[in-house]
Design a protein around this ligand. Structure first.
Ligand code: NAD
Length: 244
């Protein structure tokens, strides 16, 4: 029970990596607030021990503040929400740019700003931000808006870590490779030839396969736990060798 006594909040927890993180943290004894914009997805938590499921749209600053400040002692914040736009800079629109930066970056800033005063008041906390291998770590074709926004997540993470390093706050990012989640499935199915698209996603993974969401969860448990007490301001790649 590595997270016994800790309270965590996860955004975009209805499916994919967010859901895997909730299940792994709850299994380690944390009380977990599983939040998602889609209430139907949260039904899957009915009866799951240690999990409280709440609808939360991370594009709603007031709702983030209200929920986070209502939690008496939040120890762990996992900012998981994000969206992938396809295309190069020549395909980019201002609307897509704004959407991505609001969801992938601004929502993290809002959630951290809401959580920090409480964490500081009770002496510490661990913030985990969802970045990606596709970020400041690596450029990938046709990921202009996504990679740029996830690079901003790395900067945000290091800035928060630097400002609060001596105050018990740790802030790290995780950088997964390609993970077989529902949204990846949707993206694959949007190609004219989905089978070929899946082969292409697999081809960029040196291990020759995609990750499963539960294979990303252990790094989140580690960063949430006191085992990672000396780690802050870092980006942890779990990517099947993409960064070798
Ligand atoms: P997903 O994309 O399959 O699911 C995303 C979840 O986010 C859904 O449950 C959806 O309802 C929720 N969501 C969407 N908009 C929201 C909003 N405004 N407020 C709250 N919730 C919202 O999940 P995933 O593929 O596991 O991706 C999760 C995160 O991991 C994203 O930030 C993504 O960029 C990142 N990531 C994914 C991969 C991958 O290959 N799947 C790789 C690296 C990083």
């Amino acid at each position: 029970m590595r997270l016994k006594g800790k309270t965590a909040l996860v955004t975009a927890a209805g499916q994919g990596i967010g859901r895997a993180a909730v299940m792994a943290m709850a299994a380690e004894g944390a009380q977990v607030w599983a939040t998602d914009v889609n209430p139907k997805l949260l039904d899957s938590y009915d009866g799951v021990q240690n999990v409280r499921a709440v609808t939360l749209d991370v594009l709603d600053k007031a709702a983030i503040g209200k929920l986070i400040t209502s939690i008496p002692k939040l120890d762990v914040l996992f900012n998981c929400a994000g969206f992938v736009h396809n295309g190069s800079i020549l395909d980019a629109t201002d609307a897509d740019w704004d959407f991505a930066f609001n969801l992938n970056v601004r929502a993290q800033y809002w959630a951290i700003q809401a959580a920090l005063p409480g964490m500081l008041a009770h002496g510490g906390g661990s913030i985990i931000n969802m970045a990606s291998v596709c970020s400041s770590l690596k450029g990938l074709p046709n990921r202009f808006i996504y990679g740029t926004s996830k690079a901003a997540v790395v900067g945000l993470t290091k800035s928060v870590a630097a400002d609060f390093v001596a105050k018990g706050i740790r802030c790290n990012a995780i950088a997964p490779g390609t993970v077989d989640t529902p949204s990846l499935g949707d993206r694959i199915n949007s190609y004219a030839d989905p089978a070929e698209a899946r082969r292409n996603f697999i081809a960029r993974q040196p291990m020759g396969r995609l990750a499963q969401a539960h294979e990303i969860a252990p790094i989140i448990v580690y960063l949430a736990s006191d085992e990672s007490v000396f780690a802050t301001g870092q980006v942890f790649s779990v990517d099947g060798g993409m960064m070798i």
